[in-house]
Each structure stands twice: as C-alpha cells, then as structure tokens.
Design a protein around this ligand. Structure first.
Ligand code: TZP
Ligand code: MG
Length: 211
C-alpha cells in the first residue's frame, strides 16, 4: 500500500555503517522509531544493491517502515522495495514512474524553489529538500539552504517534503516549523555508538514537535 510516514527517514551509508553494517543499523533504527529507510550506496553495483536490499526488506518486514532504494531503479524493482528515490541528475520522474509503476513510492531531490514548484504530483510522492546545512556526509552537496530556504522550498513543493543535510535531534522543531513532514538523517544515526538510542532521541523530539 502506498502509505508512508516521512517523519524519521534514515538514509544508509555503507561507510558510516561499517561497524555493524547497513542491515543491523536499519533494524536498530526502526526499533527506535525510524519510519523510512533508504538504501543508498554510491559504489555498489546493481547485484550488490539487490543483495543488501533483499536483506533489508526481510529485516523491515512487518515493522511498517518503508524501504526506499536510491538511484538504482532496476535494484528497487528486483528487491520489491516500497519505493525509489532519485535526484535531478538521475533519470527523470516520467521515466522513473513508467518503470516502477503506479504503486511504488517515488521521491525526488530538489535543491531550489523552482525545481520544487516544477514537481508533478501525479508522478512524484515526496520531495527531499536540502541540504539544510553543509555536511561532510555528502562531499558534492549543493549550497546549504538553511531553515528559511527549507520553508520556501517546502511551500513550493506540491507534495510532502523531507528535509536533509546536517540534521540532528536538536533541529527537529525547526524542521517541522518550516513545514516539512520529517527529517532524513545519515550521521545522526549511522555510526553512532547506539543507533537505536540515537533514533529514540530524534523520535521523542518529533513527538514534541507534532504535539
Ligand atoms: N543529500 C543531501 S545532504 C545528504 C544527502 C544524501 C547527506 C546528509 O547526511 P547527514 O549525515 O545527515 O548530514
Ligand atoms: Mg541520485
């Protein structure tokens, strides 16, 4: 079913997850309250993506958390993932939607208000907006937009938005105040000594922000 909750969106990173691995990181994050998990591995080929993705799907089965695959549409389909996330430099949304069919979630990264406003809600289910802050996690990220920029892009997006880029538990209130439906994090969870506890702290802030 194409329902999803963007509030606490974990983006996996194979390097930051090196200690316990991506699957175990995802399992603990979901136990702590993560609502979405994105498999993002810029160096893996499709075969490796499928292998990890299938293990993730099994780990998330029955939890209610949604599994999204970054970039690799072929892997997303083979895994039977809940969705695909693409950026502006990947295939366009028309082609992505044609390949994944009507039932999979499609997320699209947007870095400007013009790009956010140009999103077709009949194709795209959510936008990823950022980076809010500069972050060492993504070396080639675009110019940070801050919370004012976030609010502007969220307002321009015709579909729900998730904020990304340097976000930690202490930023949750501002993310929701800007109108975003959630935050996507890598280093706030992955590679921390206790990913489940780190996720719980963010989830508690989300409950406060939404109350
Ligand atoms: N896209 C924009 S910033 C970013 C991605 C994938 C990385 C965010 O990582 P972190 O560690 O949450 O700052
Ligand atoms: Mg991409």
């Amino acid at each position: 079913m194409k329902t999803f909750d963007l509030s606490l969106y974990l983006v996996l990173d194979p390097d930051l997850c090196a200690g316990i691995g991506m699957v175990e990181t995802a399992r603990r994050a979901v136990a702590g309250g993560a609502t979405m998990v994105q498999l993002r591995d810029k160096h893996a080929g499709t075969t490796a993506m499928i292998e990890t993705g299938r293990a993730l799907k099994q780990a998330l089965d029955g939890t209610g958390a949604r599994l999204i695959v970054n970039d690799d549409v072929e892997a997303a389909i083979a895994i039977g993932a809940d969705g695909l996330h693409i950026g502006q430099e990947d295939m366009d949304a028309v082609r992505a939607r044609a390949m994944i069919g009507p039932d999979m979630i499609l997320g699209l990264s947007v870095e400007t208000a013009a790009l956010a406003a140009s999103v077709d809600p009949s194709l795209v289910d959510y936008t990823g907006i950022g980076p809010v802050f500069a972050t060492p996690t993504k070396a080639d990220h675009k110019q940070p937009i801050g919370f004012h920029g976030l609010a502007r892009l969220v307002a321009a997006s015709p579909v729900p938005s998730v904020a990304i880029g340097g976000l930690k538990a202490e930023h949750v209130a501002k993310v929701f105040a800007a109108g975003a439906s959630g935050l996507a994090v890598v280093s706030a969870i992955s590679g921390t000594p206790d990913p489940e506890a780190a996720t719980r702290r963010i989830a508690a802030e989300i409950r406060k922000a939404r109350a």
